[in-house]
Design a protein around this ligand. Structure first.
Ligand SMILES: [Zn+2]
Length: 298
């Protein structure tokens, strides 16, 4: 299985609650644990401006590229603006396009980045600048390699940007399972939102996710699923209020991939959030996701 990764995914945010160093740490752990061989990492190309414009407003793109975001727009991102940030998110979008193509060939593709589900067409928020996997869906639809797609968003925070982007579009089914009493507010409706109460543990989470996946996949047959595999439903996450264990999160990964494979639907994985008190836990959760994904590759 190929894994899409760039050293430039790391934004060097230092002490920020968003540990952007995680991308490099996950890559190193995947090598150390011999889950991925050095030759199986592939470098993404940055998405083109036209790709990005399939989802985002030209005015927003121009402001990002020219460094012309307002103070309030940067505040809403909650991460510092820099040319490196712009470079990183353009690469992550290219990485999700590539992971989608790899999934169509190999059954599973992994982008060791992305999952920036809070980005809207005209603004970014919550550490998300460009909605990489929505851009990827639009690009793959434009290339006519898929007609329909599904997003399965298991980050602890609701996929508000994604829901807004695909609102009213019957070619994309958006599923989000998340903690109800948490950012973002408001939550524009996904095709299917599973709102969980605070403190939900493994058993209840897995039952709700299984029910949601069964419902989604009985009504809708996508050519590709983008799995937004956030690590932040973890019980020791600083920005989440659910109580999943590391083993429970691995069962979650397996459930998503099993349900997809049963219907012969390729899956492209993106990482999304993860803010565990110990960065090693976040790295372990994401590494497990890649290990499970590999079991499902052709
Ligand atoms: Zn999150």
């Amino acid at each position: 299985m190929k894994v899409v990764y760039s050293d430039q995914y790391d934004l060097n945010l230092g002490n920020h609650v968003f540990p952007s160093i995680k991308y490099r740490l996950i890559k190193e752990k995947l090598l150390r644990d011999q889950i991925v061989l050095p030759q199986d990492f592939v470098e993404p190309r940055a998405a083109s401006e036209d790709d990005v414009a399939l989802v985002h407003d030209r005015e927003y793109i121009r402001k990002l590229q020219a460094g012309k975001l307002s103070y309030l727009e940067i505040l809403r991102l909650e991460i510092p603006y820099s040319p490196e940030l712009v470079r990183a998110v353009w690469l992550a979008a290219g990485g999700s396009i590539l992971a989608g193509r790899l999934a169509l060939e190999d059954g599973v593709g992994v982008n060791l980045g992305g999952g920036f589900h809070h980005a809207y067409p005209g603004h970014g928020e919550g550490f998300c600048v460009l909605n990489d996997f929505s851009i990827a869906i639009r690009r793959l639809q434009k290339d006519k390699v898929i007609e329909r797609a599904m997003t399965v968003d298991c980050d602890v925070h609701q996929g508000n940007g994604t829901a807004a982007i695909f609102a009213g579009d019957h070619s994309v089914f958006t599923l989000s399972i998340h903690q109800k009493n948490n950012y973002p507010y408001p939550k524009p409706p996904s095709t299917l939102d599973i709102n969980l109460r605070d403190g939900v543990e493994d058993g209840e989470y897995l039952r709700e996710l299984k029910k949601g996946l069964d419902q989604a996949l009985s009504d809708f047959k996508p050519g590709l699923i983008y799995y937004v595999a956030g690590a932040d439903p973890y019980r020791d996450d600083q920005l989440g209020g659910l109580k999943l264990s590391i083993a429970g999160l691995e069962q979650r990964d397996r459930l998503v991939l099993e349900k997809a494979q049963a219907k012969k639907i390729p899956v492209a994985v993106t990482l999304a959030g993860g803010y565990a008190r110990r960065v090693e836990d976040t790295v372990q959760i994401h590494t497990n996701t890649v290990r499970v994904a590999k079991e499902f590759a052709k």
